[in-house]
Design a protein around this ligand. Structure first.
Ligand code: MN
Length: 265
């Protein structure tokens, strides 16, 4: 199920077609921030990125796992979450596009959140054309096809009916379940523990084929890299963590000069 829709201004990234004054501005891609109150330095780096770094961008794409967990848009009543939504909303107020894809942690981010953040939700996977390059975007968890148990869970968790039932639970129950899942799941760990939790050749090849794109950007594995694959170039976004030891983080930038991986300011 691959979707493709003209975005607000992505077409403007094609030289000669732009009428927007931001036509020449780059697109920024990031993922796996895993934001929560427990990681204040990471949150501060993200605030800096949105307020300062993103000022240069036409659009910002967050490819999943913006939040450590999301158990329903009623989380917006938490001051921390409300603060993050308001921060993101400053992007659209500044004329910068914001596109958010679900990750495996925050796939319940809903319409209320997107509205509060001034964001447009992107289905996973999604294809854009930016600066003349066709790019497949994905969070990355669906590409980890060797982890059959997780793929089974994923199919269940993305079922609309299952989601409706879950969201009807009291907030405390949902919170408890999310906590249990995070402590039990290998997939929930900050670093994938084995090859089983990386993307597979098969998963990657299938996305190159169905998207007809020779460039792919995803996150999720926390193994930032640029891979040359049979189907094309696969960029893996870094996770962000400035609270535990060595600083991790960064983003991808695409403009008329191509795609580059950049560190945090
Ligand atoms: Mn993930």
């Amino acid at each position: 199920m691959l979707q493709e829709t003209p975005l607000r201004s992505v077409a403007a990234g094609v030289p000669g077609e732009g009428s927007s004054p931001r036509a020449a501005r780059p697109f920024f891609f990031l993922s796996d921030l895993h934001l929560s109150e427990a990681i204040p330095r990471t949150v501060a780096a993200f605030e800096h990125f949105i307020r300062v770094t993103a000022e240069a961008a036409d659009s910002v794409f967050i490819l999943g796992d913006l939040f450590e967990y999301w158990i329903g848009d009623d989380m917006l009543s938490e001051p921390f979450v409300a603060r993050m939504a308001a921060l993101l909303h400053t992007l659209s107020e500044r004329g910068i596009g914001l596109y958010i894809m679900h990750g495996n942690r925050d796939f319940l981010l809903g319409k209320r959140f997107m509205k509060a953040a001034g964001a447009i939700w992107l289905p996973d996977p999604f294809v854009i054309t930016a600066f003349g390059t066709r790019i497949a975007l994905a969070h990355g968890d669906a590409l980890c096809t060797a982890d059959r148990g997780y793929q089974l869970f994923r199919r269940f968790a993305r079922n609309r009916f299952a989601q409706m039932l879950f969201l009807a639970w009291p907030f405390r129950w949902r919170q408890k379940l999310a906590e249990n899942m995070r402590s039990n799941s290998e997939h929930g760990r900050t670093r994938p523990m084995s090859i089983k939790y990386d993307v597979t050749r098969k998963g990657v090849a299938a996305l190159f084929r169905t998207s007809k794109a020779a460039t792919m950007i995803h996150g999720h594995t926390h193994l930032p890299a640029r891979h040359r694959e049979p189907g094309g170039t696969r960029w893996v976004l870094p996770d962000w963590d400035l609270d535990h030891g060595e600083r991790r983080g960064g983003y991808l930038k695409i403009d008329a000069d191509g795609i580059r991986a950049l560190p945090l300011d």
